[in-house]
Design a protein around this ligand. Sequence first.
Ligand code: GTP
Length: 595
Amino acid sequence: MKNIRNFCIIAHIDHGKSTLADRLLEFTSTVAKRDMQAQLLDNMDLERERGITIKSHAIQMQYPYKGELYTLNLIDTPGHVDFSYEVSRSIAACEGALLIVDASQGIEAQTISNLYLAIGADLEIIPVLNKIDLPHAMPEEVTDEIVDLIGCKPEDIIHASGKAGIGIENILNAICERVPAPKGDPNAPLQALIFDSVFNSYRGIEVLFRIKNGTMRKGDKLRFMATGKEYGADEIGVLKLNQEARQEVSAGDVGYLISGIKEAREVKVGDTITHVNNPTPEAIQGFADVKPMVFAGIYPVDTTEYEELRSSMEKLQLNDASLVWEPETSVALGFGFRCGFLGMLHMEIVQERLEREFNMTVITTVPSVQFHATGTKDQELVINAPSDMPEPNLIKHIEEPYIKAQIITASEYVGAIITLCMDKRGIIKGQSYLTSERVEMSFELPLSEIVFDFFDKLKSISRGYASLDYELIGFRESDMVKLDVMLNGEKVDALSAIVHRSKSYEWGKRLCEKLRELLPRQMFDIAIQASIGQKIIARETVKALRKNVIAKCYGGDISRKRKLLEKQKEGKKRMRSVGSVEIPQEAFLAVLKID
Ligand code: GTP
């Protein structure tokens, strides 16, 4: 155990974590050069394409240092805020962390939030100044920022470049030297922390864990403490590039377990594994159920594909435990599912995976956050969709989720960012200078205001020089109303939204305008109305077409006519009819684009 080092790499998105991890694997000959492909740890296609790490992975390396052989377990972590719970569990499985900072960018919001998680878990921090090969790297400035942030000495910071392969040996040496060996008693009752699970269509769910105390042997009867479920240890082992089966793994080790688990839902990241016989009295601290933050409906474009969509969602959920859903019906869209996501990125990924891996064409409705309401009879209500919202006279008050946001930016953008946050009903809580040019600001904001396009706006007003991190801080009373949309007098439930009263008029007006642009003209006028309760607050009209599309083809040749009709049919693919009005898919997401 004295030669085991468990460490993770924490960094802001794009600061080069995966590239550096690849270099470590290469340098320790964990992967033969010919097997090396860029960003080896990101083994989901989608991850490679988007260049982001969605799931954490773990891998073991052997490294000789000062005449002894060390076992280094690297636990990779995702960088995006949607997946911060996974970061915190990965961190809890380690004794040390490489803190990677891009020498051309400096400290960003997730550098700080991840660092705090690591410090909170008592990890030894090894600061790494990465991408020093870049011509516009600013090693001195960024070194000052790091020294200020973690209170280390400048000489503690390792200069590196994952891309150019600089500083890799220094990093490995520092891991052996500075990261403490795991503590723990191999003879104590078993306590293993689950930090991830991986779905494999042949072998079922593989559970990744770190043993704090005790020893796990092949064939043992195990219990997952949070779920109370019991399994046999059919296969256990360590994670090299491929898994290597072992007869036993013990305190300090990072390993995998295969035990016939079929669904990701049964495995909760953060849960503790123990033995059925001689269990530990205490679970490892800090387990929390991950809660979805954003909800939206997913419907098949073709209503006959409902069952197929259900089975695709079930399969997707097998390896994405954070995706939750239940059946939902909409007057406008028919049968579909109300899904909960960790954030907007997660939602996009789910939609993309449904389309790509399962060949489904789906309509996603306006995302919404979860509201809490208290009814007139003091009953507690949870509102995950506009359709859950009771009539105003049946509720005492509504609460909406608030977040604490941390934004780091260049000082010249401070004014614009404050304006943006105020416009989003935010309250500024603090502002401090990291250097003379870089500022850290904190705000309290309603989550519903930032789920849509806040991040894009932030990026555009700061020309990309702003980073954001946030955490949920609780629910607060708010004056929320349900805004409905009617087309020719018929309510289209899938277009309803819950908005703050102060913004409802503006919202209604813009939404009607946007819909007017998006609805194709038909043979009759289409009245678009927005209402709160019985009150109409905005109205637009889509004028009728004067001629039908093929009228002008009379006398023309038949193939041209056919082409036009073909084109119309194509356009109908993602259309839904409500009453007599046809609505294209974009219209259901019009709300996302209204300002
Ligand atoms: P996430 O997994 O999404 O959190 O990103 P990451 O931190 O793993 O970053 P990744 O390794 O994917 O690198 C991001 C980008 O920076 C890629 O385009 C890399 O090619 C580039 N990059 C990474 N390391 C270096 C480096 O040392 N020097 C230079 N010049 N570019 C680098």
